[in-house]
Design a protein around this ligand. Structure first.
Ligand code: ANZ
Ligand code: ZN
Length: 816
């Protein structure tokens, strides 16, 4: 009767499916405490789920099952993030509609998920490409538009020449497209932008309260990049007199006396305004044109030599000392940050120092370090005492910041590195943006009753590469009427980025079939926030920042009652190949979960993935580890099936040692699951099984049997990890109802203490020894134990006892 996973696992999967997965459905408004356990929903790719997905999915599955057994109302849903480029690219290659591609892939993902025994509530399944779903994605966009947070813009943006679409800043890593690694270009394209910058402070402040990995919070903080500083105004004059004012953003107003020139971004709008005064204007324009071709990363690369052009014919006045100083343009000053102009302090800023050296500009030291002395050839960027700063000399530089601002009437302010979110893509497979462009009325939002605005069928999904989406070619769809004036108008042809659907999917799970609203307010209040969110660390900024932004916006609109979506976040660690390299097709080290399920079964795969190490750690795949876990499951199978076959349950006695191990295992599993420390919970169960199958200390030829109730409790704590084998063994033990509906067993501290006693050993009524013996030891075993003792052996001197008197759990008296 060997355990046959190939028969038993599909058997239970079929029964659970027939039962419509009712056992894991959640109840809206149940009196039980609610728990929202969420996985990052997958993009249903053609490759299927990999072992990395599964790591997080198994962890949340175990946790959800545990919570259900401890009387919680658990919502644990799954869905599909199915818009985006891969499906579209595949559609182009194979000339099938992306919808069909998605449908096929979703089917495969679902088959896999069911074969792993994951306990999702399928009544809440969603798909971001379903018009009934994206209707509400479009609806949220309209709310953003109406609130003034969605706007059209023509700024140069990052463009991926290979994906043929604009990208958000968050999608560009080291100047490369995050999806395909192509070098990105700058292009001036008409774009829809979302004003995420309006939420910079809220996004920053909210982080403090979240139970998230510090590293993720830090990444978000840095991405938002809040800097405290001041706006300082410099008068600008030509030889005919004052022509205006240039405002700079500085974090170091204390160094104002050391500002020996100003630098403007080449795109600064005042340059064209001052054109008539700038005598080398054509040179300036040429420089600006080349700067415009470069990406931000190229412009700010500290390795690259600084370039720039001085603006001849004009100069600025340093408000601290009224000294005239030159004005330059250089591409290292970006238009999108601060005011797009800086005061350069070459003695105390590295970039300014390089620039001043190259163009032979004045360097004036104004901060003296507290300790070491630095020569004029070095930049000192730290704190210290002011020198060469008029009346302010001698002040500590922090104090000087305040005083110099006051003296020059400079306003304290903050700047953020966060930029508005480029929200449109020039591709087909995304949510159409529900805006109509009317010559008379401008951008007019679609009426809410006309949602969803469905994606029309096209002949070719190929993007034009000119910055137009393939939708632009469908005249019948593009030409429409203005909702406001009824005149002829055109639809917006850009689509939303893939992030749109995932910004709010966790809300739709709560009320997936609601036709009237995107979520019922009472249900939102009951279920939100998400108690535990598990997913990959690659989303630290993108998805997790965007989702927080939308959530906070919807909260401000009084549509939601919670102001943060995800209370606790865990990143599962990356699983490496068995060669300790990142799994990749090209290296041929990819492990297919389907293969493991076939060979060892889903229960083994699940337990192995949890047993590999701490959830958050990076860990290599190890095939021998799988057989270890598999052996463990087989041993449980053998133990229970053999005892069941023997059928003498009633005769099996209490066993303090076994009981102690069981309660230890229950205690560990309880604590460890609560701490999401699944690997140690499994170790605890392994130790317990060892204790169950250990030979009797006092009679080494006997393997004691294990009481049915111990085995039952053991199966219950194993059930969340290995849902199939436990269901089968539970039935074998005579139960009709599913083990997954059982209550989680309670451990009792009483049984955890050592259950030994001091056995008094007498010979002819005289106390000769005291030895430690297990509680409830039988007379037979006690005799064996006692006669093994060296001291007693000597005293008996080979004589056979005439009589033995045994008092259970107290004494043994040998009469010779
Ligand atoms: C004078 C100064 C003196 C500065 C000094 C620094 C050190 P963070 O910390 O990132 O906020 N800056 C301001 N706007 C800029 C722009 N649009 N493009 C490039 N650089 C810009 O950096 C703030 C500092 O970066 C500002 O403070 C400014 O240089 C520069 F000893 O002003 B500082
Ligand atoms: Zn109109």
């Amino acid at each position: 009767m060997k355990y046959n996973h190939l028969k038993i696992e599909p058997k239970w999967q079929k029964i659970w499916a027939k039962n419509k997965y009712k056992n894991w459905q959640s109840q809206d408004f149940s009196k039980k405490p609610k728990k929202y356990i969420l996985d990052m929903f997958p993009y249903p790719s053609g490759d299927g789920l990999h072992v990395g997905h599964l790591e997080g999915y198994v962890a949340t599955d175990i946790y959800s099952r545990y919570l259900r057994m401890t009387n919680h109302n658990v919502i644990h849903p799954m869905g599909w993030d199915a818009f985006g480029l891969p499906a579209e690219n595949y559609a182009i290659k194979t000339n099938t509609h992306p919808e069909q591609v998605v449908e096929k892939n979703v089917k495969n993902f679902k088959r896999q998920i069911q074969s792993f025994g994951l306990s999702y509530d399928w009544t809440r399944e969603i798909n971001t490409t379903d018009p009934e779903y994206y209707k509400w994605t479009q609806w949220i966009f309209l709310q953003l538009f109406k609130a003034g947070l969605a706007y059209e813009d023509y700024k140069p943006i990052n463009f991926c020449p290979s994906c043929k679409t604009g990208l958000a800043n968050e999608e560009v890593i080291d100047n490369k497209c995050a999806r395909c690694n192509s070098i990105v270009e700058k292009r001036k394209l008409r774009q829809w932008m979302l004003k995420i910058t309006d939420y910079a402070d809220k996004l920053l402040d909210g982080l403090d309260k979240l139970d998230w990995p510090q590293s993720v919070k830090e990444l978000q903080r840095n991405w938002i990049g809040k800097s405290e500083g001041a706006h300082v105004k410099f008068k600008v004059q030509s030889n005919t007199g004052r022509i205006g004012e240039l405002e700079v953003f500085t974090t170091r107003p204390d160094t104002l006396f050391g500002a020996t020139y100003l630098v403007m971004s080449p795109e600064h709008p005042l340059i064209s305004q001052w054109k008539v005064h700038i005598t080398n204007h054509s040179e300036v324009e040429r420089y600006a044109d080349t700067a415009f071709q470069k990406t931000e990363e190229e412009r700010t690369d500290p390795q690259k030599s600084k370039t720039g052009v001085e603006l001849h014919g004009i100069e600025a006045i340093n408000p601290a000392n009224n000294r005239p100083i030159p004005i330059w343009i250089s591409d290292y000053v970006l238009m999108g940050y601060g005011t797009g102009a800086i005061m350069a302090v070459p003695a105390h800023d590295t970039r300014d120092f390089e620039f001043a050296k190259k163009f032979n500009l004045d360097i004036i030291q104004v901060i003296k370090p507290e300790k070491e002395v630095v020569g004029i050839d070095e930049v000192y960027t730290g704190n210290g005492t002011l020198i060469n700063s008029g009346n302010f000399s001698g002040l500590n530089n922090e104090t000087a910041k305040e005083k110099i601002c006051l003296y020059t009437s400079s306003k304290k302010t903050v700047a953020y590195h966060l930029r508005d979110w480029v929200f449109s893509r020039q591709r087909y497979w995304g949510e159409p943006i529900p805006i109509i462009k009317c010559e008379k009325c401008g951008n007019v939002p679609l009426k809410e009753k006309d949602l969803p605005l469905k994606l029309p069928k096209v002949k070719s999904y190929q993007p034009s590469g000119t910055g137009e989406s393939p939708l632009a070619n469908i005249e019948k769809w593009v030409n429409t009427k203005c909702p406001k004036c009824g005149g002829p108008a055109k639809r917006e042809t850009n689509t939303m980025p893939q992030w749109a659907g995932s910004c709010w999917y966790y809300l739709r799970y709560i009320d997936p079939k609601n036709k009237k609203a995107f979520i019922d307010a009472k249900k939102e209040k009951y279920w939100m926030p998400v108690d535990l969110y598990v997913g990959g660390a690659e989303h630290a900024v993108l998805h997790l920042l965007y989702a927080r932004f939308w959530h906070k916006f919807l909260y401000d609109q009084k549509i939601l009652t919670s102001n943060e979506p995800f209370k606790k976040l865990i990143n599962q660690g990356i699983i490496l190949g068995d060669d300790r390299e990142k799994m990749s097709k090209s290296k041929g080290n990819v492990i297919s979960p389907d293969g493991i399920v076939k060979e060892y079964g889903a229960d083994t795969l699940r337990m192995y993935e949890m047993f590999m190490g701490p959830l958050e750690a990076m860990k290599p795949w190890d095939t021998s580890g799988i057989s270890g876990v598999n052996r463990f499951l087989n041993r449980i199978w053998n133990l229970i099936s053999e005892q069941t076959k023997a059928g003498n349950w009633k005769k099996i006695k209490d066993n303090a040692k076994q009981k102690k191990s069981l309660h230890q295992a229950i205690k560990r599993a309880t604590k460890d699951i609560e701490n999401l420390s699944f690997n140690t919970a499994i170790s605890g169960m392994m130790e317990c099984l060892n204790a169950f199958t250990e030979k009797d200390e006092s009679n080494l030829s006997v393997v004691p049997q294990v009481k049915k109730e111990y085995l039952e409790d053991f199966l219950k704590i194993l059930a969340p990890f290995a849902p199939h084998i436990t269901e089968e063994l539970w039935q074998m033990l005579g139960h009709k109802k599913s083990i997954h509906l059982e209550k989680w067993p309670k451990y009792n501290e009483k049984f955890l203490v050592e259950k030994d006693f001091e056995l008094i050993v007498q010979i002819n009524g005289k106390v000769r020894d005291r030895i430690k013996a297990p509680m409830d030891i039988s007379q037979d075993n006690a005799e064996k134990l006692v006669t093994k003792q060296e001291k007693i052996k000597q005293l008996l001197n080979g004589q056979t006892p005439k009589k033995i008197i045994f008092v259970k759990n107290r004494l043994i008296n040998i009469v010779i």
